[in-house]
Write a protein that binds this ligand. Structure first.
Ligand SMILES: NC(=O)c1ccc[n+]([C@@H]2O[C@H](COP(=O)([O-])OP(=O)(O)OC[C@H]3O[C@@H](n4cnc5c(N)ncnc54)[C@H](OP(=O)(O)O)[C@@H]3O)[C@@H](O)[C@H]2O)c1
Length: 301
């Protein structure tokens, strides 16, 4: 099969498209013929070698953590899914940007989602849900999402609105209309955030989800009043220092099914800013690494 790979840690120049051996699903796993895979910050964090101490990968490695495709093989013990089903989901830290990928968590892809949208739903939705669940019930609460225009942030906005929260999201001004289209009240991040929020939410902000890891975690705690009302999916050191909730993505099919159900109800649609063909994955990484993606970047396989 064709896949994107890198044979050594490094920059985007290490990415090549080549013929590689087909992966096989192990017990409890499925293999999909990939229609599209998404691009996530973990792809370049791993590829660059920056996180090799905590997330070492076997080289050569295929970037990509999540994908949508049609099931073409099921591993031992797999139930509830058949060859030919269209599913979206998560595999390992690597492996998705290829014609065939192994998934260990999946759910049926809503028919209303394009392949690009479904590709962008896997990691973003389980991460957003993990971060939101740590905050407890959302109905009637005012939630601040720091970094609301990114892949995880934009998913968190729609999911939190669907769960009954009033959501205020931070982003650069070029993304304010985008945030409003997701159902959030937009504001700018950075200096003066607390003052802007006082004007936008005179009764106060109850909860905060950080997806930006921009160093604002202590300010988010001050804004909502206590660390227990804040979660982060990105600032590990800050979470440990301040005692806020830290949520990591889990390969959890139940969470994916919840996201898919919101998709079927029309309440969550992954927003895709850019789509690239497999051969141009290096350009996709370069664009994503700028740190200003609106929604998701997707690779069409
Ligand atoms: N713990 C886990 O399991 C897990 C899972 C997934 C992701 N993550 C981590 O979570 C982070 C976000 O992931 P992602 O996929 O959402 O990334 P992403 O899509 O690349 O995020 C890009 C967004 O970040 C926003 N942004 C940049 N600087 C900001 C700042 N100072 N304040 C607020 N927003 C800012 C940008 O908005 P503007 O363009 O408007 O500036 C842009 O929309 C990454 O560090 C990623 O590695 C962790």
């Amino acid at each position: 099969m064709r896949a994107v790979r890198y044979h050594e840690y490094g920059g985007v120049g290490t990415l090549v498209v080549e013929q590689v051996p087909e992966p096989r699903p192990g017990p409890g796993e499925i293999r999909v013929r990939v229609a599209a895979a998404s691009v996530n910050p973990v792809d370049w964090k791993v590829r660059s070698g920056a996180v090799r101490e905590v997330l070492p990968v076997e080289l050569p490695a295929i970037p990509g953590r999540d994908a949508v495709g049609v099931v073409d093989e099921t591993g031992a013990g797999v139930q509830g899914v058949s060859i030919g089903d269209r599913v979206f989901g998560l595999g390992g830290v690597t492996g998705a940007t290829a014609e065939l990928a192994v998934l260990s968590a999946w759910a049926p892809a809503p028919t209303g989602w394009t392949d690009e949208e479904a590709a962008g739903a896997g990691l973003a939705s389980v991460t957003a849900m993990g971060g939101l669940k740590a905050l407890g019930p959302l109905r009637g609460r005012t939630l601040l999402v720091e970094g609301a225009a990114g892949g995880v942030g934009s998913a968190a906005v729609e999911i939190a609105v669907a769960r009954g929260a009033t959501v205020i999201g931070t982003a650069g001004e070029r993304n304010h209309e985008f945030l409003a289209s997701l159902g959030a009240v937009p504001t700018t991040y950075g200096a003066g955030l607390a003052e802007r929020l006082t004007a936008l939410a005179p009764d106060g902000v109850d909860l905060a989800l950080d997806t930006a890891a921009s160093g604002s975690l202590a300010e988010l705690v001050a804004i909502v009043g206590e660390p227990a009302r804040v979660s982060t999916i990105a600032d590990h050191a800050g979470a440990h220092r301040l005692g806020v909730h830290l949520a990591n993505a889990e390969n959890d099919s139940a969470l994916l099914a919840e996201a898919g159900e919101l998709g079927r109800q029309g309440r969550y649609t992954p927003r895709v800013e850019r789509t690239y063909p497999l051969e141009r994955t290096a350009e996709a990484h370069t664009y994503g690494e700028r740190g200003h993606t609106r929604g998701k970047i997707v690779i069409r396989v």
